[in-house]
Design a protein around this ligand. Sequence first.
Ligand SMILES: *Cc1c(COP(=O)(O)O)cnc(C)c1O
Length: 384
Amino acid sequence: MESLSRFAQEKLEELAQRGLLREIIPTDRHEAMTADRAGRPVVSFCDNDYLGLSQHPDVRQAAADAASDLGAGSGASRLISGSLPLNDAVEAQLAKMKGTEAAVLFGSGYLTNVGVIPVLSGPGDLILMDALCHNCLFAGAQLSQAKVMVFEHNDLSHLRSLLKDFRSDYHHTMIIVDGVYSMDGDLAPLPDISVLALEFDAWLMSDDAHGLGVLGGGRGTAFAFDDEVQVPLQMGTLSKSVGSYGGYLCADRPIIDLIKNRARSLVYTTGLPPAVLAASLKALQIIEEDEELCARPLALARSFTNALNLPDAQSSIVPVIIGDPETTLQASQKLLEAGLLVSAIRPPTVPEGTSRLRITFSATHRPEDIDHLIKSIRELDLLK
Ligand SMILES: *Cc1c(COP(=O)(O)O)cnc(C)c1O
């Protein structure tokens, strides 16, 4: 197997030369976004735990009780015997919050997207995707074998012209967007996109991984606009603001029933464990009840962008674009030395030349930590 190891070694060297080598660093997480990173105490500004619910005492207790009462794992695929009643409770809670007839849970957000898209699209169909859609949406679109076309980020006239030129050549058409773009923190113009989708009989799917719990009073990006938006396929994750793990799709009942029958990443994989489901349920209940908590991440992000004269934050995610990967990495390293964990995002996660610090805000950040971050970024003189 010498050729195999050599292959891997050469690939790694190539990545290292381009400044793109990545490393997994063990990180113990605690309350108030504090953590121990390879033994060093830090405050994290890169978690997606926007409400701090992964550390909430009631959420932890719900997980502990479920593990204690029901066991560690679910034992089988959901279609066999691995669908604990807790799945139904979480699905009902999600459908209620999103205002849909039904919902279905998956093992993760990634599994949701690679499962859902190929059920709804296939050869002879068209998928139109925003250029900055999350990787797993592209993975799902590729698996579907539909024709995939990409429109410029948030460019409605480009989307319209693709629909005009190509819609009639295909059977079904899906339009796929993120609600909040994960590396830029901006929102999809959902009201306008939903009108286009209706006009051209295209099915709109939004991935709201970063909107749930943060926008629209906690209900997500589709609820963040003045008018109600029609998004027939509302997908998201339980791994971010919900602080747990899992993914979901909310939609009309027949769509959900079809997905339960056909999505390969649901049929051929094991159901979520009791502790994870119980944590999700408790966290979703908190999100539904505590609008003040849900408003906090955006308010903190806005206070940060105001202090540094950056464009107003639109979500809990704020990018500080630096450009080349090396400088970005150095900036992240310097912030780490100051006790601030801020991730350097480099290609292929973002386009070449747009390496950035991706800063995320959580309801449980302490004001003094945000002040420290602002001061450190000023001192690094990163903003041109
Ligand atoms: C994180 C993320 C996912 C994946 O969700 P997981 O539950 O972590 O697998 C999907 N889409 C977007 C936009 C994300 O940011």
